[in-house]
Design a protein around this ligand. Structure first.
Ligand SMILES: [Zn+2]
Length: 301
């Protein structure tokens, strides 16, 4: 991981407690820490009295119980899902059963196309939103309006939610403060991810609240650093190919030195995502299996 990424891991919180972060904004963190979830899933509550819940979280009954206990007599009117990974959407079912609130999201995981090999073990194939949102769609309650911002890349159905009155963007797993995002093909798409980062540069949100980890209070700088990081990674991959290193495992070993072994597979998926993007742009060709990648137009001499 490049040293110049402005990553932050300071994250004061307490499991099981619905904590106030600002006017009309609360969060409760689920106890599902891990190499991809940091301390766990941060479930946000927007509004007071009649509230929206963003990313209800994993299928952990005690998480939903703690959320409902924290809300006391308040009414949940909307359940919003940024995307269908198992640490984000499964608790929508229990929360809906308890509150009757409809769920909102882009659509089922990977467009519901289950035919792919089971490379995306993190997908929640059971979630289907009651209301399908498209880019720019708005949902409102007392004191808040949330606009859907379609940001495919991490998954094809990823949405960020912009709280327009407050200049807040709930950035899901698209942009996080503690880590880069995993882009795992086939549903993860590097070209789409880069376009979705560019899309955020064209916005004027003041702060991002990702689903994992702390807030990002200089979002433009952060997004620009992530774009630079991926371009650097792409350059590193091209450098490997130029040197005749054409297998994903060997590229990972070269580019991700000192990597947590639990993340090696994810790193391989991200390298593959870059290679698919480079193939799409006519820069790289592939042969296999086993897959070997090379430059489409190798330098001569
Ligand atoms: Zn995710």
């Amino acid at each position: 991981m490049a040293a110049d990424l402005p990553l932050r891991r300071d994250f004061p919180f307490e499991y099981g407690r619905l904590e106030r972060l600002g006017p009309g904004l609360r969060r409760i963190v689920a106890r599902n820490p891990g190499p991809f979830t940091f301390k766990g899933t941060g479930t946000y509550v927007v509004g007071d009295g009649a509230v929206a819940v963003i990313d209800p979280g994993p299928d952990l009954p005690e998480h939903v119980e703690a959320l409902l206990a924290g809300l006391g007599g308040e009414r949940v009117t909307h359940i919003l899902v940024t995307h269908t990974h198992r640490d984000h959407s499964p608790a929508a079912r229990a929360l809906k059963a308890a509150t009757g609130a409809p769920s909102y999201g882009y659509g089922p995981h990977a467009g519901g196309k289950r035919g792919e090999p089971a490379v995306e073990e993190g997908g929640d194939w059971d979630f289907v939103p009651d209301v399908a949102l498209r880019d720019g769609d708005r949902i409102a309650g007392p004191g808040w309006t949330l606009a859907a911002v379609h940001t495919p890349g991490h998954t094809s159905n990823h949405l960020c939610f912009a709280w327009e009155e407050q200049g807040i963007l709930f950035s899901g797993d698209h942009v996080m403060g503690w880590s880069t995002s995993v882009i795992a093909p086939p549903d993860g798409d590097m070209a789409a991810y880069m376009a979705s980062l560019d899309k955020l540069l064209g916005r004027s949100d003041k702060v991002y609240w990702p689903t994992h980890g702390p807030a990002i209070d200089e979002p433009q700088r952060h997004v620009r650093a992530f774009i630079a990081h991926r371009r650097e990674r792409e350059a590193g991959i091209l450098h490997c190919l130029r040197a005749g290193i054409g297998e994903i495992d060997a590229i990972v070993a070269r580019l991700y030195q000192g990597l947590d072994p639990r993340l090696r597979r994810a790193a391989g998926r991200s390298v593959e995502a870059h290679l698919i993007d480079l193939i799409g742009r006519g820069i790289v060709t592939a042969k296999g299996p086993p897959m070997r990648y090379r430059l489409a137009h190798p330098p001569r001499g």
